[in-house]
Design a protein. Structure first.
Length: 104
């Protein structure tokens, strides 16, 4: 039964890391595009304000993944930490995408 809890913790942690890295990648892409455009300063300023959230969720996700190396109690903590950071990263990515979505 311990292996099942560990498997769930690892899957949740990996999903959280992917969500956090997706947010980091999107911010990097926006920052790169803003640097190449005239008048991109407001976007670059917004991206700079979002790096703390992206870095924090990435660090929490990686920490949760590290916690999966422990026993069952740490796996449960890892599930909670990874789940929380994954939700925050996903919501932050979605709000950034909604703010700068173009087209349909």
């Amino acid at each position: 039964m311990d292996w099942l809890v560990n498997l769930i913790a690892v899957i949740v942690a990996l999903a959280s890391v992917l969500a956090a890295l997706g947010h980091v990648g999107y911010l990097a892409m926006l920052n790169n595009a803003a640097g190449k455009r005239a008048g991109g300063a407001p976007v670059a300023q917004y991206v700079r304000s979002r790096w703390a959230i992206a870095g924090g969720t990435t660090a929490a996700s990686l920490f949760a993944w590290l916690l999966t190396l422990g026993g069952t109690p740490l796996d449960i903590v890892a599930i909670l930490v990874a789940g929380g950071s994954g939700v925050v990263a996903t919501k932050a990515l979605q709000s950034t995408r909604d703010r700068y979505r173009t087209g349909s």
